[in-house]
Design a protein around this ligand. Structure first.
Ligand code: ADP
Length: 249
């Protein structure tokens, strides 16, 4: 077997997806700069970030407050756009996509876990998890139910699918948020300080869940300022003052 075929096979094995030889690299940021403008002042939040994440990796983005972690994450998902530089995710150049295209692409390929869970309070855990499948009109209602149940099983909530968010602990709500983010079987799961509102024991359990997700082949990138939680990733990328000072390789 030729080396590039080996690489493609490894990527497919890691992701469970057969997207061709170039899918081994899931995220490529090249020379990414992000300037925030407020009034007459420009603030250079990212100063030329180069970062590559391969299929099946679990990467923590670490660094002090204000170093650019959230900005990098938002640029990876197309929520934010760089002022200059290029962003390629799953073989798509995000820079060339319109806002509408980005929204559709994100819904299909990226799962996002928010720090404050952002579950709908009037929906059960199962209904919250089904939402992305409903939006994407993916499969029949029966199939959506089956998928949502499987995702809740994956995060260890198989016995609480009919609970409303108010009937779940903070850690359990965060698990529902992960199950929901995984609903459409994303290429990439991102989480910005997913443990920020959890006590240390619950935060550690949350990292167990992210590791389980990663073992299914999904690439996981999460932001943390906690060294212990960062160490649970396969690789830690450290940012300081808007640049990568250590890519963990
Ligand atoms: P981190 O996630 O590491 O705390 P951020 O990516 O949130 O860092 O922010 C990086 C820098 O950019 C910070 O100095 C922050 O104050 C600044 N920043 C972030 N968002 C904005 C914004 N919308 N307008 C102006 N400055 C911003």
């Amino acid at each position: 077997m030729q080396p590039d075929i080996d690489a493609a096979a490894a990527a497919t094995a890691a992701t469970g997806r057969d997207g061709g030889a170039d899918t081994e690299v899931v995220i490529a940021l090249r020379g990414v700069e992000r300037v925030y403008r407020s009034g007459h002042l420009d603030y250079l939040a990212l100063r030329g970030v180069d970062l590559t994440v391969d299929a099946g990796e679990m990467v923590a983005i670490a660094g002090p407050s204000g170093s650019g972690k959230s900005t990098v994450l938002n640029i990876m998902t197309g929520i934010d756009r760089p002022t200059s530089g290029s962003v390629t995710v799953g073989g798509r150049e995000l820079d060339s996509m319109s806002e509408d295209e980005l929204a559709v692409w994100r819904g299909e390929h990226v799962g996002i876990v928010f720090q404050f869970f952002q579950l709908l309070p009037t929906l059960t855990a199962l209904e919250n998890t089904m939402l992305p499948l409903d939006f994407a009109r993916r499969g029949s209602v029966e199939e959506r139910l089956t998928t949502a149940n499987e995702r809740l099983e994956l995060v260890g909530l198989g016995d609480r699918v009919d609970r409303f968010p108010s009937e779940l602990s903070g850690g359990e709500q965060q698990r529902v948020a992960i199950a929901r983010a995984m609903a459409c079987d994303p290429l990439l799961l991102v989480a910005d300080e997913p443990t920020g509102n959890l006590d240390s024991e619950t935060a550690s359990a949350m990292l167990d869940v992210l590791q389980s997700v990663n073992r299914t082949g999904t690439t996981v990138v999460y932001v943390t300022h906690d060294v212990t939680l960062g160490a649970r990733a396969g690789r830690v990328v450290t940012l300081r003052d808007g640049v990568v000072v250590d890519d963990g390789r």
